[in-house]
Structure formats: C-alpha cells, structure tokens
Design a protein around this ligand. Structure first.
Ligand code: M6R
Length: 604
C-alpha cells in the first residue's frame, strides 16, 4: 500500500528520500510527503497526487552536512487524499510516517482530545505522534516515550518517527507491515518499507520481524524484540543492481510487462524442466509426504491463478484441492486437517490477508508453502517452503507477468506431483513438458494482433457492462480478464463460467452488453460454443477469442492453432491483457496507477 523511506547521513537528504519514494510510488500515489530534521529544525513538504508534485514543491530545498529525514507515499485508508491527511504527521515537535492501520485510533484520539490535544487530519496515523508527545511529558527519554506509545497501539504498522530534541535519531517499529533497515560502508542508515527503495544505496539490510522496534542514529542501530530484549543485528546482503524497471520505450509499465512475459516465462522454466519430469530444486519431496489435500489461498489475480491450479492439481495429480480467498478464510473459522498442505500465492509476498492466513495455517500446525515473486518477502520468510516465480519487479498495478509466471509454476507443480504420485502416464508428462517449453513463444506478442486489438478497443468504450465467459481453466481466466478491465478502465465487468449464464446473468443480454467469450479448441469447445450462441441469440454484442471461426460473433479475435488447451490459455491471457490496456488507454486512464488502487495491499 503506502511506501516509507528514512535516511540518516550526510548526503543531500531530499534527493535520497524522493529517489526511494519513486521506487515505492506504484504502491500508493494519493499524496506524498517528506520531513527533514537538521540542527533541530524541521523542513516539511507535502503534496497531493503523484510524486512529481512533491518534487516541484521541494525543488528549492537543499541540505548540506548531516541530517535525518523520513518520507511517505500514501494510499488513503482513513481520510481523503488531501495535504492535511498526507504523511508525515506533526505533533508539537515530532513527525511520524506510518504504513498499516491503527485499529484503536478512535479511542486513543478521543482520550487525547479530552486532554486538549488538537488533531489536524482525519487519519489514524496522527494519533501515533500525539500519543508519543503525550508520553514524552512523563517518560525518562524519547525512546521510553516511543516504547510506551507502541504498547498502546493495536493493528498493523510500520512506523518511523523523528523528534526535534533527538535531532540525529529515527525511531522505528514494525508490526504486521514490512520494514527494512539498510546500512552502507559510508556509515549511512536507510529505512524502507521494501528493499526496492534501498537497492543501490545499501549493501546489507535487516528485515525486521513483527514486534521489532528501536532507533537508529549516526552511531548505529539499536534493535529490540516484543519482549523488550535487545536483538543482535543480523544483516543480509542486498542485491547491488538497481533492478528498478524502466519503461524502455513502452507507453506504460503494464505494456512493457505484457511484452516481457516471454522472457520471464523462460526464466520461470529455467532449470526446472527435465526430459521426463519437473524438478523444483528448492522443494524437499518430504513436504508432500502424508499430504492428502492441498488448500490454495490468495487474493485478486493470485486467487485466479490458484483457481487455475485447482483444476490442474485434481486433473493431473488426483489430489483433493480447494481454493480460498484469503480475506474470507481468515474469519470463517475453517475446518483444517493435518494432512493438508497450505499453499499461499502472492506476487508481493506482503498482502495482509494472505500473510495472516499463512500465519493461521502455521499456527494450526499445517505444512506450508508460498508461490511468490519477491524473495525475502514476509511470506517467503514465514512459509516452510517457497517457489519463486521469477517474474522480476512488476510495477503496473494491474498484474500481468506475475499471473503468467504463477500459472506456469502451478502447471509445473501439478506435473511434478503427478510424477511423484504416478497419476499421469509418463508420456503425457513428457508431452506437457514439451508444451511448457513452448510457452515463451506462445506469449510473444504478435504486432499484428496488438494492432487489431488496439483498433478493436474503440468499439468497447461504452455499453452497460462486460461479461467475460469461459469454462474449466478459462473460467478463472475470464475472472482475470474482467478484473484487468475493471481495474484500469473503470468499466463494469464480470467473469462467469459460460454454463452459468442461463441461471440469471443472461437476463442482462442486449446489444449494449459486451460479451468477451473464451472459446478454446481443446477444452469443452462445443459446450462453450452453445453458451455463446445463447447470448448471441439475445443480441448481446459478442467478441469471441478462438483459433476456430465463429460466425455468431460481432468481432472475432483469432488465436494461433495449438496442441493443448493450456497453450490456448496463455495466448488468450495475452489477448485479454492487451485488450483491457488498449480500452483503458483510449479512455485516457493512467494504466499503471489506476485510481483507488495500490500495488501491494498490506492492510486488510
Ligand atoms: O501481491 P499479491 O499477489 O498478494 O496481491 C494480490 C492482489 O492484491 C493483486 O493480485 C491485485 O488483485 C492486482 N491489482 C490484480 O491486478
């Protein structure tokens, strides 16, 4: 969601904070702000909207010599995206930035207001800085006040706080939201809510655990655990290469990421395919021993990947598989059995609901695994086993290449399990391994197809809604297509299993209802065709996607002939991604940073 950076050192602090925020901006971009403390004097800049607005406001501000600073880019949870609600938040002589949600902020706020404290913003965050200053009046020192503050906070947080009486110190805390501290040979200390903000500036980092808190200064870092015991500093090396994605001539990161799918899928497959088996070096086969059920849990696009896996796992590996939306799983008092492998899927590895579900499964004693794109993320560190999807940094809020690599890993995993469990003929496993090897070329964007979709997009800008329909694994693909479109075009779209239309949704059919129909040759072709014909008979405007001609459609997107429905799946995935993007571009939307959304949803 939001992004946090902090800096202690002698370099020009503004640029370091803004560079760090730029790396995190795709996670939240309602507003941004920085507070710098030098020689006991604060300088504060805040701006609504994208980071460029903040840069403009702070363009004449420079520092020389030692200073400290904190910065934040916001995705609003409490209060509108205004300057007053932007972080950092001010007390009398302290500033705070915060990611997460303080669940008991209303009662804390009421109690502080009763004591005469005035609040400026509508945020939950502001309560932290006032509570700190309240404790400062009686505490032995600022750190003692900070500790007393933390004890009273409920919810999730990553916090940086600075106080003018301690002008060389940043206080920090992590509980439920990520926070990383880095250092370099020049003695600088940096903080970030993701290591993306620190790459290129630090050579080693500490990934804080929940309950960790402490302070950093030019003298170093003091770290404590939730029992207030000192924690030894264990640094891990940080990649030196600045992996931050650049658009490289594409109009949007989303477009670049769609085009990158061929390369990243090759990376996902690399070293994992043998002639007759699929091999994940990182997975100990012991993990699957005694397992009779797989429960997949995720949110959003990752949930759609999980749904695809539920078809493949049962079909290939003959293992009972269920799928859970993480935000539902957490609160529905699930009945879990010890012979279940609990698998979470997440691009970021930080999604709050998925992370909490993983914690629940671990608490229940289940074996756990994560399929994730971000090494060292909270989920990767927590799960018993992890498979990295190797999609590289995904900046577009609408997930594309992360989804492609998730489905690829899950397809491979289904074959690996089928091999272990002897549930597929060896020749069939070999055949599918051969198909997996063709994926990089399957998803290569054909420029003629892209041009066709660009032209076609102008016919799909109005109407009263979209249905995306498909059967089998094309049903979750339909859900994913609908999610892509609504995220970036703000048009109403729903995904449905084709066979479900006549149970209600078909009542909406008329020329202004656009149906995007997934009609693969190799999976339930005739059944799906009949479902589309039923919609066509009711005059819905139909755009079919199929390698075979379909004369009942208003528009037809012809995919390449292929041998297997999973290859058709990947090709249609690219079509849906490009079509959504072209519609959104025609509507003039910011495809990479769509309204109301953030890349990583670290609040529940
Ligand atoms: O990082 P995660 O995969 O856990 O994120 C889950 C969802 O928030 C994410 O897939 C979201 O739905 C995307 N914006 C979809 O494009």
């Amino acid at each position: 969601m939001c992004g946090i950076v902090g800096y202690i050192g002698v370099k020009p602090v503004k640029q370091i904070l803004i560079d760090g925020l730029r790396e995190l901006e795709y996670r939240g971009y309602d507003s941004a702000g920085i507070a710098v403390l030098q020689n006991n004097t604060f300088s504060l800049f805040k701006a609504v909207g994208k980071l460029v607005n903040l840069e403009e406001k702070a363009k004449n501000f420079e520092t020389e010599g030692f200073s400290i600073g904190i910065g934040h880019t916001r995705w609003a949870t409490h209060g509108k995206p205004t300057e007053l609600n932007a972080h950092p938040h001010l007390g009398e002589n302290s500033y705070v930035v915060h990611n997460g949600i303080i669940e008991n902020y209303q009662e804390l706020k009421a109690s502080l207001m009763a004591q005469g404290v005035q609040f400026l913003s509508q945020t939950d965050t502001e309560v932290i800085v006032h509570l700190f200053e309240h404790h400062l009046k009686t505490a032995s020192d600022a750190f003692d006040a900070f500790k007393k503050t933390l004890v009273q906070l409920e919810g999730a947080y990553a916090i940086l706080l600075i106080n003018s009486n301690e002008s060389g110190t940043i206080f920090f805390a992590k509980h439920g939201s990520p926070m990383i501290i880095g250092r370099n040979e020049a003695g600088e200390i940096l903080f970030g809510s993701s290591d993306a903000a620190l790459i290129g500036k630090c050579h080693e980092v500490i990934y804080l655990e929940d309950g960790h808190y402490g302070y950093g200064s030019a003298k170093g870092i003091s770290l404590f655990d939730q029992n207030h015991q000192p924690v030894a500093l264990r640094f891990s090396p940080l990649a030196e290469n600045k992996l931050s994605a650049q658009k490289e001539g594409y109009r949007f990161f989303m477009e670049k990421e769609i085009y990158e799918q061929s390369r990243v899928l090759a990376d996902t497959l690399m070293g994992r395919l043998r002639d007759e088996s699929v091999y994940f070096e990182e997975i100990d086969p012991e993990l699957f021993q005694g397992i009779n059920e797989i429960k997949l849990c995720a949110c959003g696009t990752s949930y759609h990947a999980a749904m695809v896996a539920s078809y493949l796992f049962e079909r290939h590996a003959k293992i009972k598989t269920s799928v859970e939306i993480a935000s539902e799983f957490r609160y529905r008092e699930p009945f879990l059995t010890q012979d279940t492998l609990f698998v979470v899927i997440s691009q970021s590895g930080e999604t709050a609901d998925t992370l909490e579900s993983l914690k629940m499964a671990k608490k229940f004693g289940l074996k756990t695994m994560v399929i994730c794109n971000v090494d060292n993320s909270s989920m990767v560190r927590l799960a018993d086993a992890s498979i990295l999807t190797r999609a590289g940094i995904e900046k577009g809020v609408a997930s594309t290449k992360a989804f492609a690599t998730q489905v690829c890993v899950l397809w491979m995993l289904s074959l690996s399990l089928a091999g272990e469990r002897h549930t597929l003929e060896a020749s069939e496993i070999q055949n599918q391994i051969h198909l997996l090897r063709t994926l990089p070329s399957t998803v290569t964007v054909d420029s003629a197809l892209h041009e066709q979709l660009r032209r076609l997009s102008k016919r799909y800008l109005h109407g009263h809604g979209f249905f995306f329909i498909g059967r089998d694994v094309f049903f979750p693909l339909a859900l994913e297509g609908a999610l892509k479109l609504k995220e970036i075009s703000y048009l109403h779209a729903e995904g449905y299993p084709s066979g479900e239309m006549k149970h209600g949704p078909i009542a909406l059919a008329d020329p202004k209802l656009f149906t995007i129909a997934l009609l693969p040759q190799h999976k339930l072709y005739d059944k799906t065709k009949s479902n589309i014909e039923e919609l066509s008979a009711r005059d819905s405007t139909i755009c079919s996607i199929s390698p075979l001609d379909f004369d009942k459609a208003d528009d037809h997107i012809r995919t390449k002939p292929s041998e297997h429905y999973m290859c058709e799946f990947f090709e249609m995935m690219v079509v849906l991604q490009l079509l959504s993007m072209e519609i959104a571009i025609r509507l003039g939307n910011d495809v990479d940073m769509p309204r109301n959304l953030a890349k990583s949803v670290t609040v529940e």
